[in-house]
Ligand binder design. Structure first.
Ligand code: FMN
Length: 257
């Protein structure tokens, strides 16, 4: 089986889980191509490929960049599809909403996985022990999900219709992000910033731009994915008053590799 596996990850949790699913599927003989949603369209998947989607749970839904990717996927034409999400606590049943979205495009849902991973918000690398236990359990779930996909035993939750729809509406209405940003504005400390522009070059929403060689945030575009905060090498970005050194699931080199 060929699989085109599209991944969005803010700070590495989802990427870690998706890579584990991909690795296990490959070990079972499937041909898996893990690629980023950023810069992809869904057209990369051939007619005989299964499609995989992996993305962060945010606001009991996901980020607008991901919703945009899913809504622009080409017609499924009966192709099989699976989804993987990671959350710090609960998806709020959003798998059901995503199921309806892909079904309406002509895809056949074959499995969904929601893995609980460490929170990537306001979480220092400590408590490292608790974080690593969650990660181990998440990776185990990833492997058994892959096994279930191969054996045809995986299922995709239908969920409840109203609650997830409400949150999807909240995100797509354009209200969720400014609301969040208003209370947790991300700022760059120019005195600490070393002008490496890692944040500018890796922001998935184009919300960071370089002005006089230093990053400047465009709040209206920020999706709060925390990538800039988590991977800043000198901890110059973050919400004032919150820990600037934040959890990320892997090194930056692994993340972009
Ligand atoms: C803005 C924002 C919103 C979030 N919303 C939720 C949520 O609704 N439910 C939840 O369980 N976790 C939520 N989380 C936590 C993340 O889903 C979780 O840590 C995830 O594993 C991060 O994955 P990533 O590193 O691939 O982006 C949120 C995190 C952020 C930054």
């Amino acid at each position: 089986m060929k699989v085109e596996f599209y991944v969005f990850s803010g700070t590495g949790n989802t990427l870690k889980i998706a890579r584990e699913v991909g690795k296990r599927l490959s070990e079972k003989g499937w041909e898996v191509n893990v690629r980023r949603m950023e810069g992809a369209t869904g057209e990369e998947a051939s007619d005989d490929s299964m499609v995989g989607l992996a993305f962060t749970t945010a606001f009991f839904s996901t980020y607008p960049v991901v919703l945009d990717f899913i809504s622009k996927l080409p017609e499924g034409k009966g192709r099989k599809i699976f989804m993987v999400t990671t959350a710090a606590g609960a998806t709020g049943g959003s798998e059901g909403k995503f199921r309806r979205m892909v079904e309406s495009k002509g895809y056949v849902p074959v499995g969904s996985l929601a893995a609980i991973m460490p929170s990537n918000y306001n979480n220092r690398t400590l408590p490292a022990e608790k974080n690593s236990k969650l990660i181990e359990a998440g990776l185990e779930k990833a492997r058994s999900f892959a096994d279930d996909l191969v054996s045809g035993k995986a299922g995709w939750r239908r969920g409840i219709p109203l609650f997830p729809s409400m949150w999807h509406w909240f995100v797509t209405s354009g209200m969720a992000l400014p609301f969040f940003y208003r209370f947790f504005p991300i700022q760059v400390d120019r005195n600490v910033c070393i002008r490496c522009l890692r944040c500018v070059n890796n922001c998935p929403a184009g919300a960071l731009v370089a002005e006089d060689d230093a990053p400047v945030i465009r709040p209206k575009l920020c999706q709060n994915c925390q990538r800039c905060v988590a991977f800043c090498p000198v901890h110059a970005i973050g919400v004032p008053g919150k820990p600037l050194e934040q959890y990320h699931a892997m090194s930056f080199e692994e993340f972009i590799g």
